[in-house]
Write a protein that binds this ligand. Structure first.
Ligand code: SAM
Length: 280
């Protein structure tokens, strides 16, 4: 069979990843975005939204484990968790590994992403059947405004901060998050590439610093994201975040207490990024 390639259409990054693919398993346009499911020999199935690869079956844990387990281990007893975005279910799967979690609310604006994930990504969407899971199809920016003192952890697992995802990086959104969190709540959001989006990373960090007393930045390597070195912005109302607050008992592929610690940038480098000392 001749080689067939899929070239990403990522308006938000200066590079284009190219994937050898065997076939197109699904193609549609929902009310919000183009949805594509491809099968590739190296990565397994790929979920593509508006031309940007969101996840693959093989390496997705490199992202979902870091996004979920750093805040959920920094918090001493996470019971009520809100995930905004995350319609593939990968973050939800990781959150539900915590026995302390009594309720995991997933708010994704596009119900079709959830339906597609249930059909094509069973290893990611297993959490949707958990009795603790509640799924809402709404704009997370609107949903969060109805809650006060409700959640222990809020996670933003959104598409790139353009279009309808942009609102999830603004100061007023973070003020709504702060209000929706309990007194010792923790927020985390995926905040793009430390290479290609450093200005956006700094902007989000400053927006968070105007709302939360504790703000920090950690990273992981995500093989399918532009630049590979991916950032997560975390903010806490009370608890420190650079160490797990309790023993790591959940089953993971890469996350551990040591990997939690090493995910955070050294204070000196973090400071130089925020103060403009470090620039490409
Ligand atoms: N970066 C993550 C990844 O690659 O694993 C994103 C995955 S998840 C598919 C991203 C989800 O964010 C999409 O399903 C999209 O519908 C959702 N989303 C974007 N903006 C949103 C908003 N304002 N409210 C709720 N969901 C949103």
């Amino acid at each position: 069979m001749k080689d067939v390639f899929f070239i990403e259409r990522d308006p938000y990054a200066p590079i284009r990843h190219c994937y050898a693919v065997n076939k197109v398993l699904y193609e549609s346009k929902s009310d919000y975005q183009e949805i594509l499911v491809l099968e590739s020999p190296e990565f397994g199935k790929l979920l593509v939204l508006d031309g940007v690869v969101q996840l693959d079956e093989k390496y997705e844990f490199m992202y979902h484990e870091y996004l979920a387990h750093v805040p959920l281990h920094a918090h001493p007893n996470p019971e009520d968790v809100l995930i905004i975005g995350g319609g593939d279910g990968g973050t939800l799967r990781e959150v539900l590994k915590h026995e302390s979690v009594k309720r995991a609310v997933l708010v994704d604006i596009d119900k079709e992403v959830i339906e597609v994930s249930k059909k094509f990504f069973p290893t990611l969407s297993s959490g949707f059947d958990d009795p603790r899971s509640i799924v809402v199809n709404e704009d997370g920016y609107k949903y969060i405004q109805d809650y006060e003192g409700e959640f222990d952890v809020v996670i933003v697992d959104s598409t790139d901060p353009v279009g309808f995802a942009h609102v999830l990086t603004t100061e007023d959104f973070f003020r709504f998050v702060h209000r929706a969190l309990k007194d010792d709540g923790i927020f985390v959001g995926q905040t793009e590439s430390i290479h290609y989006h450093l200005d956006m990373v700094v902007k989000v960090q400053k927006n968070l610093q105007r709302v939360f007393p504790i703000v920090d930045l950690y990273t992981s390597v995500v093989p399918i994201y532009a630049g590979y070195w991916w950032t997560y912005s975390i903010a806490s109302k009370k608890h420190p975040v650079r160490e797990p607050s309790r023993e790591v008992k959940v089953q993971t592929k890469i996350y551990s207490a040591d990997m939690h610690r090493y995910a955070f940038l050294p204070e000196s480098f973090y400071k130089s990024i925020l103060e403009g000392g470090f620039r490409y």
